[in-house]
Ligand binder design. Structure first.
Ligand SMILES: [Ca+2]
Ligand SMILES: [Ca+2]
Ligand SMILES: [Ca+2]
Length: 375
């Protein structure tokens, strides 16, 4: 009997020790911080200390452990980089493998579903999975070191956005249509499966897509804070003649709740409307003054973003909401209606939107110029 007791005590003692050891091991897993490093002088010392993620002139981004930062700061300026997030919202609808409609309500609303040939649209998102309704011409990953091959979508959000832009009805003629089915899709993964996206990956992808000849860059993501790497990359894209479209954000209805990069005056910020053309309460508002001129932190256009059905990463379909879903309607329209340059296309979209000037007159804080519809 005593032996049994001794064995039991020993057993539980060992279990306790093992549990404690496992817990301390878990606590020892290093936590990384994404930083931008600018060496004071000789970069080689600093470069040897870290795994470089992306190069930005003299600076570079890297994941570092907190205890590395003090050492690095002796030889370099070290700036912590913010994370951005995808702007999709779950809906009560279940996933389905047969689309409830081959032309979703939003694609009909903007009079899409055809065209876009010869126009390149880059989707910077969680990646895009292969799907029988999608033809992806370029599939790259900016979430690791440099720009690598592959764009596997572990979330579904990126595949959904890509479908709203350019789903082509499917090789079996049973699939769904996007706004501009003939547009050329370039997928650059900048967000992980959780929907979190590092600003340096976004900036590197904007530059990469511009160099690949993208006409339009579509970003269904945002953050409250502006990041200088992204702002500089946007300036670079604009200098290359790229039209940039981004989500207004899902932080409404407060005045000025708009997210970056949509809040950048060089980026077309898109609000979300429902099937009745009402701006969703959660769609972020700008600081618009209604003067029909776009300035910083203003909402520019509105598009369908409530209960939007599109392609999903499991090869089927899903219905979700968000300014993330409104954004690709505008990116698709820009491809379908491309006027030969980014500025001419943007002006044309304004003219079309003014024919459906929603919410309040002029470029109001909720709906901006309004809903552009293809003639
Ligand atoms: Ca803007
Ligand atoms: Ca204005
Ligand atoms: Ca308006």
């Amino acid at each position: 009997m005593n032996n049994v007791k001794t064995i039991a005590v020993l057993f539980f003692g060992m279990m306790l020790m093992l549990t404690t050891a496992l817990m301390s091991f878990a606590n020892d897993v290093p936590e990384f911080t994404r930083v931008l490093i600018t060496p004071h002088s000789d970069a080689s010392n600093v470069r040897a200390l870290v795994g470089i993620h992306h190069e930005f002139g003299r600076s570079f981004s890297a994941d570092v452990r907190p205890e590395q930062v003090s050492r690095l700061k002796k030889e370099a300026a070290v700036e912590e980089l913010p994370a951005y997030h995808i702007l999709g919202k779950p809906s009560s609808n279940v996933r389905t493998c047969t689309p409830s409609s081959r032309t979703p309500w939003g694609v009909s609303r903007v009079n899409g579903g055809s065209g876009g040939a010869g126009v390149k649209v880059a989707v910077l998102d969680t990646g895009v999975n292969s799907h029988r309704d999608l033809k992806v011409s370029l599939c790259k990953d900016a979430t690791r070191s440099g720009i690598q091959n592959g764009c596997k979508d572990g979330n579904g959000h990126g595949t959904h956005v890509a479908g709203t832009i350019a789903a082509n009805g499917g090789s079996d003629n049973l699939g769904i249509f996007g706004v501009a089915p003939e547009a050329t899709l370039l997928a650059v993964k900048v967000c992980g499966s959780s929907g979190s996206c590092w600003s340096d990956d976004i900036a590197a992808a904007i530059r990469y897509a511009s160099d690949q000849g993208a006409n339009i860059i579509s970003m269904s993501l945002g953050s409250d804070a502006e990041n200088s790497l992204i702002r500089d990359a946007i300036d670079y894209a604009v200098s290359k003649g790229v039209l940039i479209v981004a989500a207004a954000g899902n932080d409404g209805p407060d005045f000025g709740s708009i997210d970056y990069p949509g809040a950048n005056p060089n980026v077309v910020a898109v609000a979300a409307i429902d099937v009745n053309n009402n701006v969703a309460s959660w769609s972020s508002r700008g600081v618009n003054d209604g003067d029909f001129t776009i300035e910083a932190r203003e909402v520019e256009l509105s598009a369908p973003g409530v209960s939007v059905e599109s392609t999903w990463n499991n090869g089927c379909y899903n219905t979700i909401s968000g300014t993330s879903m409104a954004t690709p309607h505008v990116s698709g329209l820009a491809a379908k209606l491309w006027q030969g340059s980014a500025s001419a296309t943007r002006t044309y979209l304004h003219e079309l939107a003014m024919l459906n000037d929603l919410d309040a007159a002029g470029d109001d804080p909720a709906a901006g110029f309004g809903l552009p519809v293809a003639p």
